[in-house]
Design a binder for this molecule. Structure first.
Ligand code: ATP
Ligand code: MG
Length: 408
């Protein structure tokens, strides 16, 4: 069963029991745009207790705010009671909700394009906020006065930029100027929420336009203070060259491509990224430029090819080269490609010919020198200078002799 089918089943049962029930919000917008919606939300005049009474499997996640999750087969559908929200505290959360009718429920939603309902049985759009006109004109506009709506919940500013990016819509001028004058207030929103919206913006193929809006509005200045004008140009140019499908880490590395690695990683802390994501970004930024070095040793080439994020590093570098000089600027990467092709189908991370125990048996002393020996030995192996353990043993003996002489 699809999410849409589950939602329709819920609509029908609510209606049969005398309640009003409509599809609401993002799914109506996407249906009108001819796009497949991520998920289908139901809005109803049934109260949470009515909803839990009508459906066997429910989750009372936000019952206080009138939101119940109904589980049908493998699907989850949000069923929300028509409501108004008041007394916003901390620029994000309503302190109270009152149950209301559909028209009032539309008014509490963020943007006109997100404020429509659809009556599935009558096949009718119910539009109290002129969402259809803005959808046709490709405009993101707050429902009601923008400054007031943002002051209720400042996350909406980032949501505006996200919808504008994802749909390729323009932000209506008054909505835009309210974002610009309130940009500093995005600091009141948690890093996790900011991160989710930023991800929506930067993983979208239209990410370069999204990044421009983030910089121009002043939102970047608040979230990542002291990113200079130069960083801005570089980020926007390189983001524009990136392939369509990328994950958040690669997109963020591109966003920070004009900055020193440590500075970028420090800026990212506010986003509360996972350790893996942080490592990923750090690898990409720290290895900028490396792939252009045609003097790279065979061992270094094999090592970098064996890195899990090599593909992303290549893509980042390709985007940088394209941004800086177009297709004529990618010769170094083509050379690299040729070197990789020449390697053929080889083991990039072969088992070391000798392990630590072997090295100690041959007379190496445990400690930092042993680490250095084993690293140099592995490089010689990757360079193709050593094929068999006996050759490696000879090499180690020479190494030990040389180092003993140096110590004397
Ligand atoms: P997406 O396709 O990205 O999920 P969506 O429009 O469905 O977009 P959701 O965050 O899933 O967005 O929210 C569902 C609906 O709830 C929105 O369409 C909007 O009507 C309302 N909504 C969500 N967040 C807010 C908010 N912060 N302020 C006001 N209304 C909101
Ligand atoms: Mg949604």
């Amino acid at each position: 069963m699809t999410n849409k089918q589950a939602a329709i089943k819920i609509l029908k049962r609510l209606k049969r029991n005398g309640f009003e029930a409509l599809l609401a919000g993002g799914c109506v917008r996407d249906m009108l745009l001819g796009k497949r919606a991520k998920d289908y939300d139901v809005a109803t005049d049934a109260q949470p207790k009515d909803v839990t009474g009508l459906f066997r499997r429910t989750l009372k996640v936000g019952a206080k705010f009138g939101v119940i999750i109904v589980l049908i087969e493998d699907q989850q559908v949000e069923v929300a009671t028509f409501r108004t929200e008041t007394d916003y505290v901390d620029g994000r959360h309503p302190a109270a909700v009152q149950f209301a009718n559909a028209a009032e429920d539309a008014e509490r939603r963020d943007f006109t394009i997100n404020g429509m309902f659809y009556d599935h049985l009558k096949k009718e759009v119910i539009d109290y906020v002129d969402g259809q006109a803005d959808l046709r004109a490709k405009i993101v506009r707050t429902i009601g006065r923008p400054a007031a709506r943002f002051s209720e919940d400042y996350l909406r500013m980032l949501r505006a930029v996200r919808f504008s990016t994802q749909l390729d819509f323009t932000i209506e001028p008054l909505t835009w100027s309210a974002i610009c004058s309130n940009a500093a207030n995005i600091a009141r929103i948690s890093g996790e929420r900011i991160s989710m919206e930023l991800e929506g913006i930067l993983v979208n193929p239209n990410r370069s336009a999204g990044a421009s809006m983030l910089f121009d509005s002043g939102l970047v200045e608040t979230v990542f203070p002291r990113l200079s004008r130069q960083h801005r140009e570089k980020a926007i140019d390189v983001l524009a060259q990136l392939r369509k499908q990328v994950d958040f880490a690669l997109a963020l590395a591109c966003f920070f491509v004009g900055c020193p690695t440590d500075f970028a990683i420090e800026k990212c802390q506010v986003l509360k990224l996972s350790k893996t994501q942080t490592k990923h970004i750090k690898f990409l930024l720290a290895n900028r430029g490396k792939l252009l070095d045609d003097g790279m040793s065979l061992a270094d080439l094999k090592k970098i090819l064996a890195e899990p994020y090599f593909g992303d590093l290549y893509e980042l570098q390709r985007a940088i080269q394209m941004a800086e000089g177009g297709p004529d600027n990618t010769a170094a990467l083509e050379n690299l490609n040729n070197r990789i092709k020449e390697l053929g189908d080889i083991d990039l991370r072969p088992k070391p010919l000798l392990n630590g125990h072997d090295l100690i048996r041959l007379g190496a002393v445990p400690g930092p020198a042993l680490g250095q020996l084993s690293e140099e030995l592995y490089v010689a192996q990757l360079e193709g200078k050593l094929q068999r353990p006996e050759q490696a043993e000879q090499w180690v003996q020479k190494w030990l002799k040389r180092h003993r002489e140096i110590e004397k």
